[in-house]
Design a binder for this molecule. Structure first.
Ligand code: S3P
Length: 414
């Protein structure tokens, strides 16, 4: 499916974005591990999250949608009859491998062609150290035989919230304590959510989990508003967990007018309304230490940098090669196709900003965030940009094009 984004039309208005993807996966998985009923509001109803719904059902949980509430009834898990198909979703695969490892069951994990290329040893290695028996190499398909684990102390070699969460979920079923040591803090949604479920005896009990708006989805609206002259957009109820909002900080460093209002706490997570106004951006040196807090936002930051005055440099981007696509290559090729001066030197991305001519077709490479980032570029470039492979947007942000159109953007099916 193709989408064409046309430049010029300002975005104006106030909207909410769908629920947080990371929190949605975790609420379903921990809810399925808990005794009794968990009620999730604001669950992201995207392809990736529906993979987790199907997976926890296959593992024995009851999951039902009841109006705006998703009800999960957990209990003892069973070995599923068929492989768990995680589709495009790394979070489904990695978190569930950990959760399965902690239980006396077996499950085989498979995924689509993109997920089947992504590295899994980063999860299976610590799970093996805990005593899980695992069949397979670095990539899916992988079979996990769980049960009788022992807790470990594990120093993370890569900053990854998926790996950290997999170990913590496995640790819940292990003998003795499990400790994960991070040198760079990754998103901490699992650590914030688990206490909502734990009773005094250390058992998981069903609870209420509200999912705030996903900052990684709000980011596309925020950047579009900053780039298209005359725009002003408010996104209500966005998660502003400090481990997630590196992009907003960087955009502010670039001169972007972004305000956080009506700050509150919902289900252990900080939330705010995010207001963005069209701004003149300037290039910056992005601190490498900020990478984990904006790991999913580099495609979009690269688009913002294309319109900033001067150069922007982003360092230590090696992890981007292991996302839904090789994002470093996809960003560089897409920007070059749009007439932007871009260089990759090792794990550093350099962009010389000013303006983007556009007027071309960009491939999404099976990657939702690449698709949305280049649609945003087309709203601000000199000539329209057509994104090929836009169907992948449904993995994380169903309704993206309609929401943007509702704010005034010109995005056409083409
Ligand atoms: C996620 C962690 C990040 C992120 C992904 C969601 C999570 O992946 O890119 O979109 O929910 O834990 P890594 O753990 O591989 O960095």
């Amino acid at each position: 499916m193709k989408l064409t984004a046309h430049p010029g039309a300002p975005l104006r208005g106030e909207v909410a974005v769908p629920g947080d993807k990371s929190i949605s996966h975790r609420a379903l998985i921990i809810g399925a591990m808990a005794e009794g009923e968990t009620r999730i509001t604001g669950l992201l109803e995207s392809d990736d999250v529906m993979r987790t719904v199907a997976a926890v059902r296959a593992l024995g949980a009851d999951v039902a949608r009841d109006g705006d509430i998703w009800r999960v009834r957990g209990g003892p898990w069973r070995s599923p009859d068929a492989p768990i198909d995680c589709g495009n979703s790394g979070t489904t695969a990695r978190l569930l491998m950990g959760a399965v490892a902690g239980r006396p069951i077996s499950a085989t994990f498979v995924g689509d062609s993109s997920l089947s290329r992504r590295p899994m040893r980063r999860v299976t290695e610590p799970l093996r150290q805990m005593g899980a028996r695992i069949e397979g190499g670095d990539t899916l398909p992988i079979t996990v035989h769980g049960g009788r684990l022992r807790g470990i102390e594990y120093a993370m070699p890569v900053a990854s919230a998926q790996v950290k969460s997999a170990i913590l979920l496995a640790g819940l079923g292990a003998d003795g304590p499990t400790r994960v040591i991070e040198t760079q803090p990754s998103r901490d949604h699992s650590e914030r959510m688990l206490p909502l479920f734990l009773d005094e005896a250390g058992r998981l009990r069903g609870t209420d989990v509200p999912a705030p708006g996903d900052p990684s989805s709000a980011a596309f609206l925020v950047v579009a508003a900053l780039l298209v002259p005359g725009s002003q957009v408010t996104v209500r109820g966005v998660g502003i967990n400090p481990t997630r909002i590196g992009l907003f900080e960087t955009l502010r460093d670039m001169g972007g007018e972004i305000e956080l209002a009506n700050r509150r706490e919902v289900g252990g997570e900080p939330v705010a309304d995010v207001l963005a106004r069209a701004s003149r951006l300037r290039g910056v040196e992005v601190p490498a230490a900020r990478a984990p807090a904006m790991i999913d936002e580099y495609p979009l930051l690269a688009v913002a940098a294309a319109f900033a005055q001067g150069g922007t440099a982003m360092h230590d981007l090696g992890e981007l090669r292991h996302k839904e696509s090789d994002r470093l290559a996809a960003i560089a090729n897409g920007l070059a196709a749009c007439g932007v001066s871009v260089q990759v030197e090792g794990d550093t991305l350099r962009i010389r900003g000013g303006a983007a001519p556009g007027g071309t077709e960009v491939a999404a490479h099976g990657d939702h965030r690449i698709a949305m980032a280049f649609a945003v570029l087309g709203l601000a470039s000199a000539a329209p940009v057509c994104v090929d492979g836009a169907e992948m947007i449904a993995t994380s942000f169903p309704g993206f094009a309609d929401l943007m159109r509702g704010l005034g953007a010109r995005i056409e099916d083409a």
